[in-house]
Structure formats: C-alpha cells, structure tokens
Design a protein around this ligand. Sequence first.
Ligand code: TTP
Ligand code: MG
Length: 388
Amino acid sequence: MDMDAFFAAVEQRDHPEYQGKPVIVGADPKEGKGRGVVSTCSYEARKFGVHSAMPISQAYKLCPKGIYVWPNGRLYQQVSKEIFNLLYEFTDAIEPLSIDEAFMDVTGSVKLFGSGPEIAAKIKKRIKNETRLTASVGVAPNKYLAKIASDLEKPDGLVLVDADKIDEFLAPLDISRLWGAGIKTQTVLKKMGIHTIGDLFNFPKEILEKKLGKLGDHFYNLAHGIDTRRVESDEVVKSISNEHTFGQDVLDVNLLHKTIFQLSEKVGYRLRNKKLQGRTVHLKLRYDNFSTITRNKTLNSAVDSTQMIYSVVKDLFNNNYQQGRKVRLVGVGISGFMNEQGDQLSLFDNQIKKHDRIDQLQDALTNRFGKRIISRAESMDSKNYDWD
Ligand code: TTP
Ligand code: MG
C-alpha cells in the first residue's frame, strides 16, 4: 500500500483551493533563486516534469505558476499514523517502508476479511472514507511483485498479480522496474539486448551469472517473479484500535452505543489473541464536519475484557459527546500494554469474571467459524453497522 502524492494530497485535502492545481511541497522557490529540493508534488505538477528530490529552482522553471507549500511534517506524521492504525485492523503482519508505504501480509486475514483483492479494495475504501486521501495497492504473491503492482496504476490504483499469470505480468515491464537495478546495471543489461523483463526472462541463468556475477542469480529470480523475502513486521505493538465510519452520519445515541460495543468486541478480540492487556482506553469521535475529538482514560490495572473496554469507552462517550451533533466516525482503542498475564482480573468482581468467560467463548467461536457466527444482545439491531 502506498499513498498517492502523499504530502501534496494532504495539502490539497486541507486547502480545497489547491485541488486540481499543481502543488509542490518543499523548499521555498524564492522565484527561482531558492535552494533546497522538492519533497513531492501533486499529479497535476508532475505533468510539468516536476518530481521528488528535484532542485526547487528547477521545479520553479518548469512550473512557475505552481502553488509552493512548505512541508508540515507533524501533520503528515499524524495522518500517517491514522492510516497505519487502520492497516493494523486488517493484519498485524505489516512492514512499514516509509511514512506512506507498507508491505502487508494478509495470508492470515482472509477468513475474516475476504480475498487479497477484496482486502485491498476495503483498505482503499476505508482510507478514502476516513482520511479523504487515495492510496494505491498492489496485491501479489510476494513483496517484489506487490511493490511493482502498487506503482503501476497510480493514483488510486489497485493492481492484482495472479500467481499463475506472473510471467505475462512482468514481460512488458521496463528493466528499470527490477528491484536493485541501478543505472549502471541497466546499461549492462541494455548492451545485452535486454530492455524489458520479458527479454531478461529468456536468458539462461548461467549466462546472466557469467555477465553479472552474483547479481545474475538475483535478476534471474526477479525475471521469474521469485522473491522469498518475508514481510518483516514490527513485533512491538503499541496500541490496538478499530474505527467505523457510518454510511450516513448518525444522530441516534443508541446506535452509537451499539457501534461502540461492536468496536470494543473487535479490539478485545485482537487484544486477547495477542495475549495482551492494556491500561489506557481510547475513544475517537468524528463529527459530520470532520472535527475530531479523542479522549482516553487510564485504569489502575490492565484489562482485556470486551465489557471493561466498552464500559470505559461508553463513559468517555457519554461525557464528551455533544448532544444533537451528527457523528461520522467512532473509534475504540487500547494502549499501555502489560505483557505478563498477572492475576489482575482478581481485582474485579465476579461480574467481570463472568464476562471474561463469555469473551473466551466468543473468541473460540470466532476463531473457528468466522466473525459473523455470534453476536451479543448488546450489539444487535444496529442496521447501519457492518464488520468491515
Ligand atoms: P512517495 O511515496 O515516494 O511519493 P508520493 O506519495 O508523494 O507520490 P506517489 O504517488 O508516487 O507515491 O513518498 C512519500 C512521501 O515522502 C512524499 O509525499 C514526500 C516524502 N518524500 C520526500 O520528502 N522526498 C523524497 O525524495 C521522496 C521520494 C518522498
Ligand atoms: Mg506514496
């Protein structure tokens, strides 16, 4: 998953007057005398030949009427965090590559969220709904193919590489798409008459090894779509959260409570699956005009029960929700994890222990039969709600 023109897209989102215009994020051009470089630019600016890392003075020559914006790093970090939190709802096997890009291994998520392409479509939709930004996604059997695929139909792309159509997918692509092929290697390959990955495919491994040494084996594999690298996920999970954006903005407090309950169930399920307990429970509330509040409460002990999470978030909601305002999104989260499974539950009364047993039962059923197999009465009848 890679966001489109990330910094520039955030600027266009927050300044409607920039939309559809060439926006260049980077150093001050000072009417062509500026030093420094372009961070990124909108797709409108790319038509003028402007691109990342280009001297800002050159960008100014190419596109003097562009809108030049100084980067707002804090804002981009914040948006990036929002996007990554959302990705973690689909899988924990995530390898961030940069502020706006990540590899995701969704092999273990298919039962919960559907096939790879279905998950990709859901991720794109969630990102658009919740951040008003577009992402491009490549779905493929390995990292190398997924990375190429994510780039092919930017912006707002979704490209699938079928496991049995890898050769056809790669054949027409330029050798510059080969992972690790710098200008020097490309020149060597071109001298051998290799211009596309399809050309490379036809070369026997021995010849490539003779001409390119160690790299020969590497490029032979790439030409055949072979990449055995794993998605190296960051094992240290700092928080778990789930959000829901309503199809239509909601005034009905009852529905909001039910949705918060369902989100607490999801968060609790993921938490217990990881054998974690958290002390700080979070609520996120976005009104119809996109104004967003976040509130949290830190408990004396770490918890992992759906009921505990729900009761804390419900209080946060009741204390902070401005009656009569339409809600676009609600989110529930937990952080402040304690890894060891102490006997913290003994601090709570039998009521909580009963809920704990219900959680175990519900988790076991969900693991075995999928997410729709069981619902609690608290979460029923919320017609607007869907698991994903
Ligand atoms: P990229 O994903 O490389 O670029 P992008 O998101 O702007 O555009 P694309 O649609 O092609 O993916 O980088 C993500 C952000 O990182 C980018 O918005 C700005 C920043 N960045 C720099 O500051 N300098 C650079 O040289 C590059 C490449 C990116
Ligand atoms: Mg990007």
